[in-house]
Every structure is written in C-alpha cells, then in structure tokens.
Design a protein around this ligand. Sequence first.
Ligand code: FES
Length: 162
Amino acid sequence: MVAETQIVDEETLDMSPLDEVIEQYRSQPGAVIPVLQKAQHIYGYLPPEVLQHISRGLRVPLSQIYGVATFYAQFYLQRRGRHTVRVCDGTACHVRGAGKIITALERDLGIAAGETTPDYRITLEVVYCLGSCGLAPVVVIDDQVVGRLVPEKALELLRELP
Ligand code: FES
C-alpha cells in the first residue's frame, strides 16, 4: 500500500524545475552536491527517478550520484513526513527520561524511530545532543525546540500538528 503510493508519486514527478537546475550547473565541476541539494529542496527527498534524471542531465554515472547521495546524512532517499520530530537521547536527555518519550511516541505513531508514518505526516528521529542540555529532555518539532518534556506533553504536541 505504502510502496504503491510512492511509486505513483514518483511517476508523476514534474522534472521541469529540476531541468532548470541541471541546466544551470551542467558545465560546472563539482555540480553533483549542489544539484542534489536543490533537487531535495524541490521534491523533499531524492527518489530514484530524480537521481536517474540528474545522472543523465549532468552526464555523471548513476553509481557516483548514489555514492554521494548515500554518503551525506543531509540527503534523504526515502520520502519524509511533512513534519520531522527529533528526540534527543544524548546523555543529559537520556538520564532525564528521553527513553520514555521515544517509547511513547513510537507507540502512539505506530512506527520505530527512524521511520515515517504511512500517511507521511511525521518522521520520527532520535539524535544525540542538540546542544541544549540545560533544557533536557529536548525534542525538536520541525524547527521548534521544546525542552523539559514529559511523554504526555510530547504526545499532546504531536497531536496538535496539522
Ligand atoms: S543531551 Fe540532549 S541536548 Fe544535549
């Protein structure tokens, strides 16, 4: 079911904005990373069709494109949720109950950390220290940092997301 949705989405991708980006970078050395960044900005992630299109457009072997896309953590090869929820499980957050927050969110969303809900509403991630240890335990919902969280409050915040 999920796979079918993704395939349909990928088949209907409009490549024209990507063509403009490729055109802009075509003759420049080191174009792969900026083109991948712009492609991800356009599509939200880097599906196989986009990587193939970039490979053809820049005349760079697909294996090389995949090599770059999988090397850098900034690139996503899987479709992501509209919202990204990052729960910190670094030392300070861990000792203040981050594990309970992660378990509560996983149970409520029906996914494991690192996964996206089937309706593509939320991607749940675990990170290790966000540099706000004084606020532990910390969760970042999209770009909003929320500190001193407890599982109940975290669940409430997620339910409020559109
Ligand atoms: S350990 Fe969580 S913010 Fe530092």
